[in-house]
Design a protein around this ligand. Structure first.
Ligand code: PMP
Length: 436
């Protein structure tokens, strides 16, 4: 049974005649029968073109931290834009936003940009310019945006070709990138301190950066084991390598100061996007003074016509103001915990082995085993087909997590206790159906 009802189907088909596969991001393509067209969002809900309402746990892939069309954010953007959007000069609101990010994340310097991809791409360039080295380490299953350098062994990679854990192979996640780029990229398993140490000792003279998502936000919320992020910090200190923490998903979501605050580990450069602007396009590269000041007009480039545009900046100032002054994340955590416990109970009652992963504001789960995954390879051992059947069954019933279990469930301030209990009822029905 297709998720598309008649009006949605007609719009989707119209879209396919002018946009490849009818979408503006491949991650939005659920196949010809289940790709939806949304016409409206408010709070925790989105409505498709047929007026069908969904409780939304995708939240635009994570950015919506307060709720769709959150009035205070919309108001601030509207008011600000009456005075123009972009001037080829700095505005006072940009300065205010940089000050807020610096204060909340206890970080020295900030540069604004528009997407997570731009932020990680610039962070890597700054790290290379700072160290005069060219290679970097990332971890299997981690996704850092669409720039060529990061598109190896991402979360989209299949189980087969990764090679052995001792000597992982860089698997391109797309064609269309030059083969030679693989020579600058080293993929290693997440959470394996001994393997990481061995690599850093061998290649540190060429190593500009280690980039890490502190929680595997593109692999069901796999958590860092105790000591893992600290081990990256000390290796970077010992060998003069730039530690880049990619907080595009965790920033302003798992704590006001993001993963640095939550795990008590400081990186040299940090990238933010998503929750920073409650869904408006805004991102940031932030970091230690010494590393950020590598940016220098005429020598080390960071630019962007739309960097600091007031649409994103106004949204971010309003969002951070609310996050700083109200118990938003505390409320999200409490509702998220209710949801995680409830989902676990349903799975236990249904006799399905499972393990919950991540944190209440962004979590995932693995089916077919009781062991939480500690890296990408372990996650791939789970029952992804069962997960997909359950998630599709939920969408049919008006509750929407991603069908791909690698994408976490995101919570926002607008999810109510009533939404959680409706979700659990629907989950129970979908589990029964998927098992049968
Ligand atoms: N880093 C991480 C950890 C991400 O999850 C993403 C996007 N999901 C990105 C970078 C890229 O961000 P964007 O899609 O805004 O370019």
């Amino acid at each position: 049974m297709s998720l598309q009802q008649p009006k949605t189907k007609a719009l989707y088909q119209r879209g396919t005649s002018v946009m490849p596969y009818g979408v503006n991001s491949n991650f939005r393509y659920w196949g010809p029968d289940d790709t939806l067209v949304m016409t409206r969002g408010e709070g925790a809900y989105v409505w498709d073109a047929d007026g069908k309402r969904y409780i939304d746990y995708r939240l635009g892939f994570g950015p919506v931290i307060l709720g769709h069309a959150y009035p205070a954010v919309i108001e601030k953007v509207g008011q600000t834009l009456k005075g123009g959007n972009i001037f080829a000069w700095t505005t006072p609101l940009e300065i205010e936003l940089a000050e807020r990010i610096a204060r909340m994340c206890k970080i020295d310097k900030v540069r604004l940009t528009n997407s997570g991809t731009e932020a990680t791409m610039h962070a890597l360039r700054i790290a290379r310019a700072h160290t005069g080295r060219e290679k970097f380490i990332k971890f299997e299953g981690q996704y850092h945006g669409m720039a060529d350098y990061f598109m190896f062994s991402t979360a989209s990679t299949e189980k087969g070709p990764l090679g052995s854990r001792r000597s992982p192979i860089n698997v391109p996640s797309t064609s269309g990138i030059p083969k030679a780029i693989t020579n600058y990229v080293i993929n290693l398993p997440f959470n394996d301190i001994e393997r990481l140490e061995r690599e850093v000792r061998a290649v540190w003279g060429d190593l500009a950066a280690i980039i890490v998502e502190p929680i595997m936000g593109n692999v069901a919320g796999v958590m860092p084991e105790p000591g893992w992020l600290q081990a990256i910090r000390s290796l970077c200190d010992e060998y003069g390598v730039v530690f880049i923490m990619d907080e595009v998903k965790t920033g302003f979501r798992i704590a006001r100061g993001g993963a640095q605050e939550y795990f008590g580990v400081r990186a040299d450069l940090v990238t933010y996007a998503k929750a920073l602007g409650n869904g408006f396009p805004i991102a940031a590269i932030a970091g230690r003074d010494e590393v950020m000041m590598t940016i220098e007009p005429g020598r080390v480039a960071h630019a962007g016509t739309f960097s600091g545009n007031l649409v994103g900046v106004a949204a971010a100032v309003a969002t951070l103001d609310i996050l700083e002054s109200e118990p938003i994340l505390e409320t999200i955590n409490q509702r998220g915990q209710m949801l995680i416990s409830g989902l676990g109970e349903v799975l236990a009652d249904a006799g399905i082995p499972h393990a919950m992963m991540g944190l209440p504001s962004m979590f995932g789960f693995i089916l077919g085993t009781d062991e939480p995954a500690t890296d990408f390879r372990a996650y791939l051992e789970g029952d992804a087909a069962l997960y997909e059947r359950i998630a599709l069954g939920m969408s049919r019933r008006g509750v929407q997590p991603d069908v791909d279990g690698r994408e976490p469930w995101f919570l926002c301030y607008s999810h109510s206790e009533q939404d959680i209990s409706e979700t659990l009822t629907v989950f129970e029905e979908a589990v029964k159906e998927a098992k049968g």
